[in-house]
Design a protein around this ligand. Structure first.
Ligand code: IMP
Ligand code: MG
Length: 175
């Protein structure tokens, strides 16, 4: 299905500045406790790698994968774990790194699952937050930008596996 890019929400410079601020905030809050960034595949890969490079202290990277939207732009509601952590995060300052929180179901599920790994702290960092579409109660500890109810693409975020390579974040017209 073809889509039309309607416009830009955030350009490279705005994203870089905000990601840097988030990295500094997380390191300050961790206060010396070793950080583990847990990137939720695949949408947060670009964000997580930039976030990590703005950190100067002790930081490790891990990944988890959940079921995705596929070619739809609406969540199916049921979330499944496809890949678990590889690192031992006991005693660590664990930050789940997401590209976008929409209904909140993915992160609700992941947080519950992550508690089983007994981190010292469990935090959520999302680049984008669409609070208007929330179906479950969930607040992120670190939010890059709050956005309106639009379907977005770019900076790692896809539509049907495309557009992840855009350096900016745009919004699209679907159907
Ligand atoms: P949630 O479980 O509904 O919060 O869905 C979160 C996941 O849905 C995100 O990690 C994205 O992968 C995907 N998603 C939600 N909104 C968008 C969007 O506007 N563009 C692309 N993917 C999205
Ligand atoms: Mg995602």
């Amino acid at each position: 299905m073809e889509i039309q890019i309607k416009g830009k929400l955030f350009d490279e410079k705005q994203i870089k500045q905000r990601v840097k601020e988030l990295a500094q905030e997380i390191e300050k809050d961790a206060d010396g406790t070793p950080i583990v960034l847990v990137a939720v595949l695949k949408g947060s890969m670009v964000f997580a790698s930039d976030l990590m490079r703005f950190m100067t202290g002790n930081v490790q990277l891990d990944t988890v994968a959940t079921s995705s939207y596929g070619k739809k732009t609406v969540s199916s509601g049921s979330v499944q774990l496809r890949k678990d952590l590889d690192l031992d995060v006991e005693g660590k300052y664990v930050v789940i790194v997401e590209d976008i929180i929409d209904t909140g179901q993915t992160l609700k599920f992941l947080c519950k699952h992550m508690e089983l790994h007994q981190p010292q702290e469990l935090k959520i960092c999302t680049l984008l937050d669409k609070p208007a579409r929330r179906l479950v109660t969930l607040d992120a500890d670190y939010v890059g930008f709050e956005i309106p109810d639009e379907f977005v693409i770019g900076y790692g975020i896809d539509y049907a596996e495309q557009y992840r390579n855009l350096p900016y974040i745009g919004f699209v017209e679907t159907e």
